[in-house]
Design a protein around this ligand. Structure first.
Ligand code: CS2
Length: 498
C-alpha cells in the first residue's frame, strides 16, 4: 500500500494529540481519554488482552467511565516502552477483507511489575479498582497436576518475599492482603486464560498460597473475593512486520505495537463480581452459569484442533493454520478428529449445535486474511496438551471409544519435540531444558521413545499407567515413522479414511 500525503509521512507517533486528525476510516474512542478512571487492573498486557478484553471495555467507557484499564506486564518492559509514549493508545486491526482499523483507548496506564512494583501494588490496593483480569497463559498459574506447585521457584520466592512478588498468584494475593489491611473490599479476579475451570483453579491456587502466608488472610479471600470462570475466544496472531507497516500506512503515524485478530470474538463469563462490574453484556459478553459446557467445547475442539494442526502441520513443513487446512490429508484428519473423537466427549450448553460449531471453527481456521503461524501455536506444549487433548483421551478411555486419532495428535507433539531437539532448534516451553534432553535421547523406537515422554508426569498424570493408552500411543508414534512429511501424510490419510 502506498502512502498518500493526506495521511502524513508516518514519522510522528500515535498519541492522544493525534486522535482527531486520524483518517476517517480509522475508528477511535468515543469518550474523552482524560475523563475516564481506572477500575480494572489487567495482568499480562500481551496481544490477546489488547485484542480481546480491552476493545470490549473500550466500547463501554463512554457510558461507564469508571472502568478504564491499568495494564501490567509482569516481567517485560516492552509493552510499556511501546504504549506509554502513545498515551496507552494502539491500533487493533480486524482481519476481514479489507481490514477494519480501530484505535483503542481503554488502557489508560501501563506498568511493568518487575521495576514498578510499588505502583502496581498501589493500583491493586486502590479503592477505585474493583476487578483484576488476567491473561498470563497456562504457565503463569504455577500449577502442577491442577494444583498450585508450592515448589515452583517463583512461588518459593514469593512465600519468602510476599510484599515483592514475582508470580501472578503472589501479586493477586499481595493486592488482596493490602486491601484487607486498609479495610477495603476485595476485588473480583477474572481469569481470561485457556484453562478449563479457570476461575476455580485460580481461586484454589490463591487460597493455597495465602494459607501458607496467613490462614486468616485465606479465609478473608475465600469470603470476600470472587473468581468467576470464563471462556474467551478470538484468534490473535502475533504482530508481524507486515501488520506494523500496514498500520503505519493507514494511520500516517507510527504505532509501535498494533495488534490484530479475526473478526470473531467471544467472552462468556460467570456473573460473579464481588464489587460490581460494567455492563459487559452491552459489549457482547455473555453471562452464563454453564461455563464448563462452553469451555470444554472451545478448548477441546478449537484449541485441541489447533495444537493438532500445529504439530502435525509442522512435521509436514507447513507454515500457517490456513496452509494446514489447505492440506487435504491433514484437513480431513482434523475434521474426523473433531467430529468423531472430540464431539462425543462434550457436554454442550443449551443452544450450542456442536456440528455447526465445528464447521464454523474450521472456516475461521481457513480465513485467508489471517496468517496464524503454526510455530506460535506450537509453544508451551507441556502446558497445552493436558488441557486440549489429554482430557479427551481420558474420557475416551473411560467410555471405551477409539484412541488412535487422538494418539496420533499426541504422538505428533512427541515427534515435533524430538525433531526440534535433534536439529538444535530451541523449543518455547517452560520445560524446554527437559524436553531438549529428552528429545535428544530419543532413537525413533516407539516403545522406548514413548516411555521417555510418558515420564513427564506433570503432563500425562495417571494416563501414563493406562495400558490401552500406552499401546495406542506407541502405535501412533510408529505410524508417523521418522516424523518426516513423507511418513506423516500417509499416516494421516489412513486415519482420515479408515
Ligand atoms: C491458540 C490460541 O496459540 C494457541 O495456542 O490455540 O491462542 C487460540 O488462537 C485462541 O485460544 C483462540 O481463542
Amino acid at each position: 500500500m502506498t502512502r498518500t500525503p493526506a495521511q502524513g509521512d508516518g514519522s510522528s507517533r500515535l498519541d492522544a494529540s493525534q486522535l482527531r486528525a486520524l483518517p476517517t476510516r480509522v475508528d477511535r474512542p468515543d469518550y474523552d481519554l482524560a475523563s475516564v478512571r481506572i477500575g480494572i487492573v489487567h495482568l499480562g498486557a500481551g496481544a490477546f488482552h489488547r485484542a480481546h478484553q480491552a476493545p470490549c471495555i473500550d466500547r463501554l467507557l463512554a457510558s461507564e467511565p469508571d472502568w478504564a484499564i491499568c495494564a501490567v506486564s509482569l516481567r517485560s518492559t516492552e509493552v510499556r516502552e511501546a504504549l506509554r509514549p502513545q498515551d496507552g493508545l494502539y491500533t487493533l486491526a480486524l482481519q476481514t477483507e479489507p481490514p477494519q482499523w480501530r484505535v483503542i483507548g481503554a488502557i489508560r496506564e501501563v506498568l511493568c511489575a518487575a521495576d514498578e512494583g510499588a505502583a502496581v501494588l498501589a493500583r491493586l490496593a486502590g479503592p477505585q479498582v474493583r476487578i483484576v483480569t488476567l491473561t498470563v497463559t497456562e504457565k503463569g498459574y504455577c500449577l502442577s497436576g491442577g494444583e498450585l506447585d508450592l515448589a515452583h521457584p517463583d512461588i518459593q520466592h514469593d512465600l519468602a518475599e510476599a510484599a515483592q512478588p514475582r508470580s501472578v498468584i503472589g501479586w493477586l494475593v499481595a493486592g488482596l492482603r493490602l486491601r484487607r489491611e486498609r479495610g477495603l473490599g476485595a476485588y473480583t479476579v477474572a481469569s481470561c486464560d485457556n484453562l478449563a475451570n479457570n476461575g476455580r483453579l485460580l481461586e484454589a491456587a490463591c487460597l493455597r498460597y495465602a494459607q501458607e502466608l496467613d490462614p486468616d488472610l485465606a479465609s478473608w479471600i475465600k469470603r470476600e473475593a470472587s473468581f468467576p470462570c470464563s471462556m474467551v475466544d478470538s484468534i490473535t496472531p502475533v504482530t508481524d512486520a507486515a501488520l506494523r507497516q500496514r498500520v503505519d500506512d493507514v494511520l500516517g503515524l507510527h504505532d509501535a505495537w498494533p495488534v490484530q485478530r479475526e473478526p470473531f470474538t467471544q467472552w462468556v463469563i460467570e456473573d460473579r463480581f464481588c464489587q460490581g462490574r460494567p455492563n459487559l453484556a452491552a459489549a457482547g459478553v455473555i453471562y452464563s452459569d454453564d461455563i464448563a459446557g462452553f469451555d470444554r467445547a472451545k478448548l477441546r475442539l478449537l484449541n485441541g484442533a489447533h495444537s493438532t494442526l500445529a504439530y502435525l502441520g509442522s512435521l509436514l513443513e507447513l507454515d500457517s493454520v490456513a496452509d494446514a487446512m489447505a492440506h487435504p490429508p491433514l484437513a480431513q484428519f482434523v475434521d474426523r478428529l473433531m467430529r468423531q473423537d472430540i464431539q462425543p466427549s462434550l457436554r454442550p450448553p443449551a443452544g450450542l449445535d456442536v456440528g455447526d460449531y465445528i464447521t464454523a471453527i474450521q472456516s475461521r481456521f481457513r480465513n485467508p486474511a489471517i496468517r496464524h503461524r503454526l510455530a506460535q501455536i506450537a509453544w508451551d506444549g507441556t502446558q497445552k496438551l493436558p488441557v486440549r487433548l489429554l482430557g479427551t483421551v481420558a474420557d475416551a478411555l473411560t467410555a471405551g471409544r477409539p484412541l488412535q486419532r487422538l494418539c496420533l495428535a499426541v504422538a505428533g507433539w512427541m515427534h515435533f519435540v524430538r525433531r526440534q531437539a535433534q536439529a538444535g532448534v530451541a523449543l518455547v516451553d517452560p520445560m524446554a531444558a527437559e524436553l531438549k534432553t529428552l528429545g535428544q535421547s530419543c532413537d525413533g523406537a516407539p516403545q522406548t521413545d514413548v516411555s521417555r515422554f510418558l515420564s513427564l508426569s506433570g503432563v500425562y498424570g495417571a494416563l501414563a499407567g493406562e495400558p490401552r493408552f500406552v499401546s495406542a500411543l506407541q502405535q501412533a508414534y510408529g505410524a508417523l515413522g521418522d516424523g518426516s512429511g513423507a511418513d506423516v501424510a500417509p499416516a494421516l490419510l489412513a486415519e482420515a479414511e479408515g
